[in-house]
Write a protein that binds this ligand. Structure first.
Ligand code: ADP
Ligand code: MG
Length: 708
């Protein structure tokens, strides 16, 4: 019955009615009591605290003062009319301003009586004022205003998000607070828990009902904390259940080929070809992959590791296991350049092992392409490396056993699944990403995948030295570049190109190229340039000149961001570094420091830096740890801007914040994992509440995290 209660249309709540209901629907997507009760305050104000007029600064978000109102005046012409009044206490005065409802305010203010004023202070013409304050007389109808008698209630007052249109429709924060009180007062005394009872007990959570009451009207600071904890947990828990259920279902439904043995391909490579010892992180991850590929279930694993951590090698060895078990493998990357590079690396590493490797891209010649398609079908080709071209229907395998996808977020889930369908039993899937994302975010964005992390770089690398230089120091930077070139090194200079259509950015790039060419004249110096508006063949030619070491400097846009591996390039100069995001800066820096030589990253910027830009640059100078950088990036940008978040459901979270509530998230995930391990189909009576929600969700296709 409680469910019926929460399904009640919001217009039936006393004080709402059809007009306000429409506003709530349009502005907040609230239709029912249930939707309304989950419109939580975004902050609380301590109404027990009164400021003195002379203590108020514009930095204080909300203030409450007590004193006399006088000097009420109407100013300005008809349409641009405003009402001002002067608030006064023993320490000073503050101007109060109204632009709307001026008549009503003027009629209701009784000059010379005592009021309590509440609102947000602004600095205007060097003086503090409050626009549209809430005002209440201390004495109302001859008695002390009951709203002021806080009694044993908490003094924390909820503040709700409202829009201009809501305020115009008489739905300001105060009204919403009142309506929430009304709703709570008619709520049934017992509401079934949405969480299993044992979870509520074991984790000592506040009950759902109490939490809803306390989130709107906290009885104490502690009760508010508990209510927040409970509701955040609930949100994150349902999100995790949803993701993990996808994983469980997929594991049950998707059988996987069993790669039981390690054979000659792998062993020969390991003993005769591998030029170095694997890092412990690589060994650990390979073991995880082996377990997956031997389990009889389809592997869906995300491999995270910073640039240069040796993911490609892990992928390669995983492919060899597929080959050892009689299967083919393919590797997909987002650009021709990367594909070519992977192809070259892999071919070189596997030379002499009797493995046939091919490359397939959009620009593969028809005749060659036809031959490749035939040989994939006959099984003659063991490994194919390619772009999106691999997804096409015409590409068929004899028995595809493993798909490796590099730089994952460039490929959508749908594209990936087209690859899976290329064999009767889904092939195992290993997704590699060089963009470290914070662990908490990985739990949600990739919460339905298994994840492996390579958190260790191969030994013998000298960390890249990063410095920040202002544009005015360019000549000295040029001097340093010359020194490096004389030592036999190569240099990247990257210009921002945020948007391909940004003509101004191209102009910067071309101007830069010109001044570099002047400062580094031929024939002593050779400079190449690469950008997105060049024809592909010209670009490849320029790129190749640099790869072969024929040119000393590569002037480029971020087209070189991903994956390019030229060990001799040891200096990365980033122009207008303030315009790049943190993760992009980190990716770019990853292009150098690939050999054993000392490498440098020089961040150029103007003097004018926003505080975020300053943080980004300082972070880059301070650390090379990709996970730490990712964490700071998330804090600067919020999780919303990070690839994949839209589908992950974290944008639907009302209370929880992936960045700030990492501990609750971990608890929610561990709890959900434990439940699904013990009871994957939610058949136990204690989990019936979860099953109900799950089924209801499947019926109406709402998000679990939104269930009330
Ligand atoms: P990623 O794909 O993670 O960016 P790569 O697999 O391309 O990294 O490896 C970067 C470089 O480090 C390559 O030149 C590779 O041969 C080398 N490498 C990989 N693993 C090791 C290791 N365990 N020890 C030494 N060098 C390694
Ligand atoms: Mg790589």
């Amino acid at each position: 019955m409680a469910h019926d209660f929460f399904d009640t249309p919001i217009e039936f709540l006393k004080g709402v009615g059809p007009k306000k209901a429409e506003t709530l629907q349009k502005e907040l997507n609230i239709f029912t009591y249930g939707g309304f009760i989950r419109h939580y305050p975004f902050r609380y104000v301590d109404r027990s605290k009164f400021y003195k007029a002379n203590e108020i600064t514009e930095d204080i978000p909300y203030v409450q003062v007590r004193g006399i109102i006088g000097n009420v005046q109407v100013l300005g012409e008809k349409r641009a009319q405003r009402l001002t009044a002067l608030f006064k206490d023993s320490t000073g005065t503050i101007e109060l301003v109204w632009f709307k409802g001026t008549k009503w305010v003027r009629d209701s203010i009784k000059p010379g009586t005592e009021y309590i004023i509440f609102g947000k202070p602004n600095l205007f013409n060097g003086k503090i004022n409050i626009v549209h304050p809430e005002i209440e007389p201390v004495i109302k109808d001859g008695i002390t205003n009951p709203d002021q008698q806080l009694g044993n209630l908490s003094t924390l007052f909820p503040v709700y998000n409202t829009s201009e249109r809501m305020k115009a429709g008489f739905l300001d924060s105060k009204t919403i607070a009142k309506l929430q009180k009304t709703l709570i007062s008619i709520m049934p005394p017992i509401i079934p828990e949405v969480l299993p009872e044992n979870i509520v007990q074991d984790l000592k959570l506040m009950s759902g009902l109490e939490a809803l009451i306390n989130i709107h009207n906290p009885t104490s600071d502690k009760a508010l904390k508990n209510a927040e904890f409970r509701l955040k947990f609930e949100e994150l828990f349902f999100l995790q259940m949803e993701l993990l259920k996808i994983k469980v279902n997929r594991k049950e439904q998707n059988k996987g080929q069993i790669f039981a043995k390690i054979g000659d391909f792998f062993n020969n490579f390991y003993t005769t070809k591998l030029p170095f010892e694997l890092t412990n992180a690589q060994k650990k991850v390979l073991k995880e992959i082996r377990v997956d590929m031997g389990s009889g279930k389809q592997m869906n694993r995300l491999l995270q590791g910073d640039v240069g951590s040796g993911k490609t090698l892990v992928a390669l060895m995983s492919m060899l296991i597929a080959l050892d078990n009689g299967y083919q493998a393919c590797m997909m990357a987002p650009t021709e350049l990367l594909v070519t590079q992977h192809f070259n690396t892999i071919s070189k590493m596997l030379e002499g092992l009797g493995i046939k490797i091919e490359i397939l891209t959009g620009s593969s010649k028809t005749k060659k392409r036809r031959a490749i398609l035939e040989q994939l079908l006959s099984g003659e080709i063991h490994i194919v490396v390619g772009t999106h071209a691999l997804i096409e229907e015409s590409v068929q395998f004899k028995n595809l056993g493993l798909v490796v996808i590099d730089e994952q977020h460039r490929f959508g889930v749908e594209q990936r699944s087209k690859l899976w369908n290329k064999s009767a039993i889904f092939p195992h899937v290993l997704v590699m990403t060089a963009t470290p994302i914070p662990r908490t975010l990985a739990m949600t964005v990739y919460g339905d995948l298994d994840t492996s992390i390579i958190d260790e770089l191969p030994p013998g690398r000298t960390p890249v030295t990063t410095v920040h230089r202002f544009d005015s120091n360019r000549l000295r930077v040029f001097g340093f570049m010359k020194e490096q070139i004389l030592l036999g090194r190569q240099i990247y200079i990257v210009y921002p190109l945020i948007d391909e259509s940004e003509t101004l950015d191209y102009k910067d790039l071309m101007d830069g190229f010109e001044s570099i060419s002047r400062a580094f004249p031929m024939p002593e110096f050779q400079v190449s340039i690469v950008h997105g508006r060049m024809k592909a063949d010209v670009r490849d030619y320029e790129m190749q000149r640099f790869v072969k070491g024929e040119t000393h400097i590569m002037v480029a846009t971020t087209v070189i961001e991903v994956g390019v591996d030229i060990p001799n390039a040891s200096v990365m100069v980033i122009e207008s570094a303030e315009r790049f995001g943190l993760s992009q800066l980190h990716q770019l820096r990853g292009r150098v420091g690939r050999g054993a030589k000392q490498s440098y990253c020089i961040l150029m910027s103007s003097f004018k830096l926003s505080s975020d830009a300053k943080t980004r640059i300082e972070t880059m100078v301070r650390t090379t740890d990709g996970f730490e950088i990712a964490e700071i990036d998330m804090q600067l940008r919020g999780p919303g801007d990070i690839a994949g978040t839209a589908q992950s459901g974290i944008l639907n979270l009302r209370l929880a914040d992936i960045g700030k509530d990492a501990e609750i998230l971990k608890l929610a995930r561990v709890t959900a994992i434990k439940i699904l391990e013990e009871d994957p189909h939610l058949q136990a009576p204690i989990n019936k509440c979860l099953l109900d929600i799950y089924n209801a969700r499947k019926r109406v296709k709402t998000n679990w995290s939104r269930v009330s």
